[in-house]
Design a protein around this ligand. Structure first.
Ligand SMILES: *Cc1c(COP(=O)(O)O)cnc(C)c1O
Length: 444
């Protein structure tokens, strides 16, 4: 049951609060904040850029061959990047993509044969690019609920399946892998393709398998904000040769000529090719990925462990705690109002955190801010791809109440590899202090 934020008998300062309990002032009341300076912020790979990245990029500049197909695969940075992803993930095909996570999703969808009017299930909590990629290939994004894992709710995925559903895009949000066992079971049962969106979870694993290597294809992003970066860029991995070849043609409309292989399918592609400079940068960053995860994972694990007993807050559902990237620590209050109170009081303690209500700009990770999707706006004068939808699809900002409830109750703290034990200690103290104080006042 939700505790009203300002219940009539529990208001702070009223004598109905038993005086035997200490009403400890907290920072929001004017007490000293726990943090005197904020913990390290949300960025990851980009903060690590150093000599190795400079040397890698310089090497390519000096060689003066930016175009990957000018270089033999033995020396091509793009080819090396692909080889590294094949080795790491165990998938036989990897395609480096210059067009970011969005371009990688687009190539993945084309690779999987998704096209005009096909329904693709996407979570209502993901970057807008996931839905945009569907529209770019003419597919219709069908929005599904998330649960307290912050990833797709498999039960809702199944409810959203129709005879027109051709693919599901589970998104491993904020480094946490979706329930891939459940998603794959549903997909297999209905004969639907699965394209993993790994943009925010590079290096995550799910019970020993690389995130991205569980579905029929996996799309990564190497953009500035992601775990490691090539400035811009992405990657697609798959075990299916046809998916790879179709994706490769979409990514370079001359691919079949470079490949010099008559067995390639041929159709008009675009240009999402990786450039050698960016691939070199990505390779240098890839060496840093294990070190980043080695440092973020224990921070999240410690925060989970040391706040587990706080009874007014619940924790994120983790489908694979060991494989989680550890880049977001999320706590859930019992109501939206309580989450807001908690968030503000925690911020006053000097611990930056986010709820869906304190973003200055509309958060494009939440479907209700996906204006052009909800309004079915399109670049095509005929209104395509909406004109190709085999049934009437309507969107509205309130259509995923469970997603809004989960996100409304969620208070998220960004973790990066620069957190020290001291930051963990202070964060636990701040969270505990605010929890206890707000609980005592009936606000949590
Ligand atoms: C960043 C992101 C994308 C898009 O990646 P770009 O490299 O910016 O194109 C797609 N999906 C999710 C979940 C993302 O976070």
């Amino acid at each position: 049951m939700d505790v009203p934020p300002f219940g009539p008998t529990r208001r702070r300062g009223q004598e109905t609060i038993p005086m035997t309990r200490s009403l400890q002032p907290i920072a929001i009341d004017g007490a000293e904040p726990i943090f005197t300076s904020p913990p390290p912020g949300p960025l990851h790979g980009v903060l690590e850029i150093g000599q190795a990245e400079a040397d890698a990029v310089n090497h390519v500049l000096q060689r003066k061959t930016m175009f990957r197909f000018l270089n033999k695969p033995e020396v091509s940075e793009s080819a090396h990047l692909e080889a590294r992803y094949r080795e790491m993930t165990g998938q036989p095909y990897a395609l480096a993509i210059g067009g970011g996570g969005t371009g990688s999703l687009i190539c993945g969808l084309v690779g999987l044969g998704i096209g005009s009017g096909d329904e693709v299930i996407v979570p209502g909590y993901t970057y807008i690019a996931t839905a945009a990629a569907c529209l770019s290939v003419g597919a219709i994004p069908i929005l599904a609920e998330i649960d307290q894992s912050l990833t797709l709710d498999p039960a809702d995925v199944e409810r959203k399946i129709t005879e027109h559903t051709r693919a599901i895009i589970p998104v491993h949000m904020r480094g946490s892998v979706a329930n891939m066992d459940a998603v794959m079971e549903i997909a297999d049962r209905y004969g639907i393709a699965v394209l993993e969106d790994v943009a925010q979870a590079n290096g995550a694993t799910f019970h020993g398998h690389w995130a991205g290597a569980i579905g029929h294809a996996g799309a990564f992003s190497l953009q500035h904000y992601k775990l490691i970066t090539a400035s811009e860029g992405g990657l697609l991995i798959t075990a299916d040769e046809q998916v790879y070849k179709r994706a490769a043609i979409k990514h370079d409309s001359a691919m079949q000529f470079w490949a010099d292989d008559a067995t390639w399918p041929a159709f008009a592609g675009e240009n999402y090719r990786m450039c050698e400079l960016r691939a070199a940068l990505a390779l240098a960053q890839l060496d840093r990925l294990p070190g980043i995860l080695e440092r973020t994972r224990p921070v999240k694990a410690a925060l989970l462990e040391r706040t587990r007993h706080l009874d007014r807050l619940s924790q994120q559902t983790l489908h694979c705690a060991e494989g989680d990237c550890g880049i977001t620590f999320a706590l859930f209050a019992r109501s939206t109002e309580a989450a807001q109170q908690f968030s503000e009081a925690l911020a006053a303690e000097g611990l930056p955190n986010a709820t869906i209500y304190n973003h200055q700009i509309p958060d494009r990770h939440i479907y209700r801010a996906w204006d052009y999707v909800l309004e079915k706006r399109t670049s095509d004068p005929t209104g395509w791809p909406w004109t190709a939808a085999p049934r009437k699809i309507e969107y509205d900002p309130g259509m995923l109440p469970q997603t809004l409830d989960v996100l409304g109750r969620c208070v998220a703290i960004a973790i990066n590899q620069q957190w020290q034990d001291e930051h963990v200690d202070l964060a636990v103290r701040a969270i505990t202090r605010v929890h206890d104080a707000l609980a005592e006042r009936g606000l949590l």
